[in-house]
Design a binder for this molecule. Structure first.
Ligand SMILES: Cc1cc2nc3c(=O)[nH]c(=O)nc-3n(C[C@H](O)[C@H](O)[C@H](O)COP(=O)(O)OP(=O)(O)OC[C@H]3O[C@@H](n4cnc5c(N)ncnc54)[C@H](O)[C@@H]3O)c2cc1C
Length: 416
């Protein structure tokens, strides 16, 4: 039976769910809406666009066949209607309606749905500090942010940069500034190691050493107190020093956009994130959700976990597409796998770090070993450091590793 599926949010999860469903049910109608004017982009490529390795913003939005995934593409190639600059302002679950507002014209309207997908993603966390609104202070979340940063660098406005937060995005942005543009880059992190909670201090230190050799300066265990400047940012004040900065990147995590769902009575986690079951359904059987706005099951702890990754959004989107069409696909949960490139090395992991495992109540221990990353006869072999975190008694384990080689094969790391 033909049905109308409405999808709120059109970046990673939304388009995947919409297109998968439309392929399975070509006779049904799909309408996707997004507040933004840019849709279906690869957020993961943003640091590489800033660095210049990806030369053109539209490359973040193209298919592998070089077609730009814009509104006409979705209409003509995928059969999906898209309304951009359109905000979903209310979900009426009893009437099965989504109310919307066009952010440019102020026009309002409503869409009836048979099934709904909430793919509202996440918003960068703000520090709520004085000076955070100065020109030159950025949150890297979409291609517009990236273009602003790149334009400022290209115009010679940025000789020094401060990155606040030493997680994935902070480290990738630090590399982009230093490697390609020669910008003096300082990373400030409140914890006393980079990639806190994700890798052990030993592996973190190895990656940090390598980045320092490339010119990145780190101030760990330091808290940013203010950002200062006259109109445009000029310096960052921490609890220990003042750092000159013509550009500041605030990369201190993201917060799930669950407000719309929460207001409509969908069940959300107390620390944020829409709750879904293994079919990616919310507590309303007609409403699915996934990607950066949900919490999913951690396979090790069995507890809800927030894992805002594009890889997860794509996988969950496909499952939602199947289930919108009456399928019974399941998303079992996550182990928290990641890979981040830092200049010539990479840092990757799956499962829990030792600290996180202990904090989760496991009787955990770890071993470190250094191994070749390829067979000994292979010309580009290099050493990699592995850390195996295991539970005493059961020998259940998760592996973390830092590698010295750029082209290290990642097949050795579990992906979940
Ligand atoms: C710099 C950077 C690097 C990254 N690198 C990686 C990486 O290497 N690997 C990886 O796996 N992931 C990476 N990610 C994360 C990845 O981009 C996200 O996990 C992914 O985009 C999440 O997709 P989503 O569709 O759930 O949400 P989002 O991408 O957040 O999209 C949600 C959309 O919903 C819209 N929206 C929200 N509320 C409403 C509303 N009420 N009405 C209408 N529209 C609404 C928003 O405007 C937004 O366009 C990176 C992200 C960034 C920013």
């Amino acid at each position: 039976m033909s049905q109308h599926v409405v999808v709120i949010g059109a970046v990673a999860l939304g388009p995947k769910a919409a297109c998968r469903f439309k392929r399975l049910e070509p006779g049904s109608r799909v309408t996707m809406l997004d507040m933004s004017d840019v849709i279906s982009y690869g957020g993961c490529g943003i640091p590489y666009y800033v660095s210049g390795e990806v030369s053109d913003e539209t490359q973040l939005m193209t298919t592998s066949f070089h077609m730009v995934r814009d509104v006409p593409f979705f209409k003509d190639v995928k059969g999906v209607d898209v309304m951009t600059r359109t905000k979903a302002v209310k979900i009426d679950r009893d009437a099965k309606k989504v109310y919307w507002e066009n952010l440019d014209t102020g026009e309002t309207g409503e869409l009836d749905y048979d099934q709904l997908v909430v793919a509202t993603g996440a918003t960068p966390r703000s520090l709520n500090l004085p000076g955070e609104d100065l020109e030159g202070v950025h949150y890297v979340s979409n291609p517009h942010d990236a273009t602003d940063i790149k334009d400022a660098i290209a115009k010679g406005k940025v000789g020094s940069a401060v990155v606040i937060g030493a997680g994935f995005i902070g480290l990738e942005m630090a590399e982009a500034f230093t490697d390609m543009w020669g910008v003096d880059t300082t990373v400030v992190e409140i914890f006393d190691q980079i990639m806190p909670r994700l890798v052990s201090p030993d592996l973190a230190r190895m990656a940090q050493n390598h980045m320092e050799e490339q010119g990145v300066v780190f101030h760990l265990g330091e808290t940013v107190k203010a950002i200062e400047g006259e109109g445009r940012v000029q310096r960052v004040i921490t609890d220990k020093r003042t750092i000159e900065a013509e550009c500041v990147i605030v990369s201190v995590g993201v917060i799930p956009n669950d407000q719309l769902a929460r207001e409509s009575g969908l069940e959300c986690h107390e620390r944020g994130g829409i709750m879904v079951d293994e079919t990616m359904r919310t507590n309303d059987p007609a409403i699915f959700s996934g990607g950066d706005c949900v919490v999913v099951r951690n396979l090790l702890t069995n507890q809800p976990m927030f894992l805002p990754l594009g890889s997860m959004a794509n996988r969950q989107g496909r499952i939602i597409g199947d289930n919108l069409a009456g399928g019974s696909s399941k998303f079992d949960g996550v182990l928290g796998s990641f890979v981040v490139k830092t200049f010539e090395t990479s840092l990757a992991g799956t499962g829990m770090s030792l600290d996180t495992a202990k904090a989760s109540g496991f009787d955990a221990a770890s071993v470190l070993l250094v191994q070749l990353d390829r067979a000994h006869f292979y010309p580009t072999k290099d050493l990699m450091t592995l850390e195996l975190v295991y539970e005493r008694g059961t020998a259940r384990c998760s592996a973390f590793r830092a590698s010295a080689a750029r082209e290290t094969p990642w097949w050795a790391v579990l992906t979940q």
